[in-house]
Each structure stands twice: as structure tokens, then as C-alpha cells.
Design a protein around this ligand. Structure first.
Ligand SMILES: [Zn+2]
Length: 393
């Protein structure tokens, strides 16, 4: 609530702002008004704000952007509740990676997503029902009659600002190997026809990875890029394959899509050593089989910091970089004045932390980002372990 005399709805004071998008890593106060960043300064008078949160000693970042998650909660068996899994991790934007196709898009757009406070965007699956039939049909591209390029492209064109591209899963269980190249071709056609971009799941691909990358151009997203399955980004000598290097150089985005099964620490270490860090850090958060470990955004930033990325680089890969990938860098991913009032505040906990992957590699680190509060659209939506206000679903 803004009082008659207050200039700002909310001010965060005393914290350290880490905002790679505007090149700031310094002590800053920040104030919000009407859903936008209104001021960033070394000192903002608390009397000017209706609500003031003292975040002295804590780290403020732009709200994190999770470029690959599954948020069609109730619409598919594997989708999670976004508010619990994003806001608790300092993520204010979640991008659903193909939970729906053009046939079951409406309920996600009109009922499920609006019932959340997290900003939710999506890629549309090239299969008409997305992941809804996964438990009976595996990945759903065994029979290519499930693909309709024209209707998929039309749905994306008709939902500009909400749908950002086409998702296709190149995975042995998801697509028959004799159909894989044709599925890629049709996904490429739908992306081109809609003027959008392609996000390709490459973990466990039935096609050789160079052949998959041949379909991809600047701005397309190679997700699960650091998986340890056959056809990984490394050759047998653990060197980055030349086709992968060439793809990265022409602007194909190397996205983490961590999940647990889709990120191998040894691949990450080799890639970091050879100058190929993830462009974007994302969770692939989903409800997996028992025992599958899926980390949220704050832990993945911490884990990649422990693996050797600087904290500014790891935060850039989860704020300004995914905003650029979506073409939303003018509104999201930074806390410059005028940008969306989406922010995260973390305690930088010091201690001994261990992160795992499914290949039984452990990563040990000394710092963990522990979410203190999350601001979405100018309001505190999550604070110290709890949602401040649940959506109605
Ligand atoms: Zn996924």
C-alpha cells in the first residue's frame, strides 16, 4: 500500500546489489513503485517508502529467470507448483519448456498460470499435447501424426509475449530414432513459421549431436547441454566437439537444464576448463521418479559458483542472459530504473555444502545462496521460508 506521502511502495535498504545487467556489484539501496524499479542509489531515505525492508549484509539480485522448468501444475503429471519452487529460490520468472502443445495450451494460459504469482512464460511442445500423455506414450513423438506444424506455429504467433518458441525432445524414449530427423525438421519449420526460436532437449539423443545442431541457429537453445550421455558435447578425449564449438560461436545458447539426470559434473568441469560455461542456468524442475534430485535456482547458482564460475557470471547466467535469450532484456533480468520490480535477496551462507548429480559426482562449496526474500511486481511474495500470499490454486 502506498501512503499519500510515500514516493515508493517498497524499499530494500543496506544490501549489496549484484546486477550484472547494469554492471553493478556494490552496496545499494533500491526502491520500487507501481511494479517497476523506481530508484537505485547509495542511500534512499526510508521515510520515502511505504514499506522498508532492512537487508543489511545480504545480496540483492534481479529476480532469477528459470529458462527451463515444468509449471503446468495439474495439467501434466510431471509439472510442479511454480510459486513453491520458483519464489522460494529467488526465481520470479519461470519458463515452461513444452509441458503443453497447441491442443492443451488454453487451460495452462488461462487458468493454471494466472493462479500463480510467479511470472510464467512458455515454449510450446511440437507434439500437440505436450507432455500430458508421457505416462502412457513415453515422450509422445513415436507417432508423428501428433505434430501439426501449422497449428503449432499459429498458436505461437497468436500468443506473442507468452509463448517464445518450440520445444522438441531428442531423447531415445521420446522419439523413435527413425522419426527423429523428421521431428527436428518439423520443429524447425514451426519455429521459423512463427518467427520464434527452437529449444531442443539433447540428452540421450537418438541422432548424432552434430546432426541435431545442424538444425539450430543463433538464439536457438540447446538444453541439457552438459549431460553425460553418449552424444555429449565432448569427444572421447574429453575435448569440446568442433561442431559444438561452432554452434556456440554462431549463437546457439548452451542451457543447463540441470534436472539431475541431465547434468554431469565431469562434463561441466571439462567445458568450463575449455571456455564453454553454460549461457543460462536453469533447473528443468519437475516431479521425477523417487530418488531423482532436482535443484532449485538458488542451489544451481551456488553449485556453479562452487564449480568455478564467478558469482557475477553465475548470476548473469540466471538473470540478464536468459532475459536476452527471450528478447526481454528491456524489462527483465536487471534492476535498472524502469525495469520490472522483480528481485531476490539472499543470505550468503558460509560453510561446507555438497551438491550431487545422478552420476554420483559431488561438488563441494563454501558458499550457498539462501533465499531471504523474493519481490515480485513490487511486493514481497516470499520471505524466510514461506509464501506471503498463495495464489488461489
Ligand atoms: Zn524439461
Amino acid at each position: 500500500m502506498t501512503t499519500a506521502t510515500a514516493n515508493y511502495d517498497l524499499a530494500l535498504t543496506g544490501g549489496t546489489l549484484l546486477d550484472p545487467g547494469q554492471g553493478i556489484h556494490a552496496r545499494r539501496d533500491i526502491a520500487f513503485r507501481d511494479g517497476r524499479v523506481a530508484a537505485v542509489a547509495e542511500r534512499i531515505d526510508p521515510a520515502e517508502a511505504a514499506t522498508v525492508m532492512d537487508v543489511s549484509g545480504k545480496l540483492i539480485t534481479p529476480g532469477l529467470i528459470d529458462l527451463h522448468g515444468h509449471f503446468y501444475h495439474g495439467g501434466t503429471g510431471s509439472a510442479v507448483h511454480a510459486d513453491q519452487n520458483c519464489l522460494s529460490a529467488g526465481a520470479t520468472t519461470g519458463v515452461d519448456a513444452g509441458s503443453s502443445g497447441f491442443l492443451n495450451l488454453g487451460a495452462m494460459r488461462d487458468y493454471v498460470f494466472p493462479a500463480h504469482r510467479t511470472r510464467l512464460l512458455a515454449f510450446l511442445h511440437i507434439g500437440a499435447v505436450g507432455l500430458a500423455a508421457n505416462r502412457v506414450l513415453g515422450g509422445g513423438l513415436q507417432d508423428l501424426r501428433i505434430i501439426d506444424v501449422d497449428q503449432t506455429a499459429d498458436a505461437i504467433k497468436n500468443n506473442a509475449g507468452f509463448l517464445f518458441g518450440v520445444k522438441v525432445r531428442m531423447e531415445l524414449n521420446a522419439v523413435a530414432h527413425w522419426n527423429a530427423a523428421e521431428a527436428m525438421r518439423q520443429a524447425r519449420a514451426a519455429a521459423d513459421q512463427s518467427g520464434s526460436r527452437l529449444m531442443v532437449h539433447v540428452s540421450g539423443t537418438p541422432l548424432p549431436l552434430p546432426q541435431v545442431l545442424d538444425f539450430m541457429g543463433p538464439g536457438d537453445i540447446c538444453t541439457h547441454a552438459f549431460n553425460g550421455n553418449p552424444e555429449s558435447i565432448l569427444d572421447r578425449q574429453d575435448q569440446i566437439r568442433p561442431e559444438v564449438r561452432a554452434a556456440a560461436e554462431r549463437g546457439v545458447i548452451m542451457d543447463l537444464g540441470h534436472a539431475g539426470v541431465h547434468c554431469d559434473v565431469e562434463v561441466v568441469k571439462a567445458a568450463l576448463a575449455q571456455g564453454l560455461p553454460p549461457d543460462t542456468i536453469s533447473t528443468d524442475i519437475h516431479i521425477g521418479p523417487p530418488g531423482r534430485k532436482v535443484y532449485l535456482m538458488n542451489d544451481l547458482v551456488s553449485k556453479f559458483h562452487a564449480l568455478g564460475m564467478s558469482l557475477p557470471d553465475a548470476v548473469a547466467a540466471s538473470t540478464s542472459r536468459p532475459a536476452q535469450v527471450l528478447g526481454l532484456e528491456d524489462t527483465l533480468g536487471s534492476l535498472a530504473p524502469g525495469m520490472a520490480a522483480d528481485a531476490a535477496v539472499f543470505d550468503l551462507r558460509e560453510g561446507r555444502f555438497v551438491w550431487h548429480d545422478m552420476a554420483r559426482h559431488n561438488v563441494e562449496g563454501k558458499v550457498r545462496l539462501d533465499t531471504f526474500l523474493t519481490v515480485r511486481n513490487g511486493s514481497v511474495v516470499w520471505r524466510e521460508g514461506r509464501l506471503t500470499e498463495m495464489g488461489p490454486c
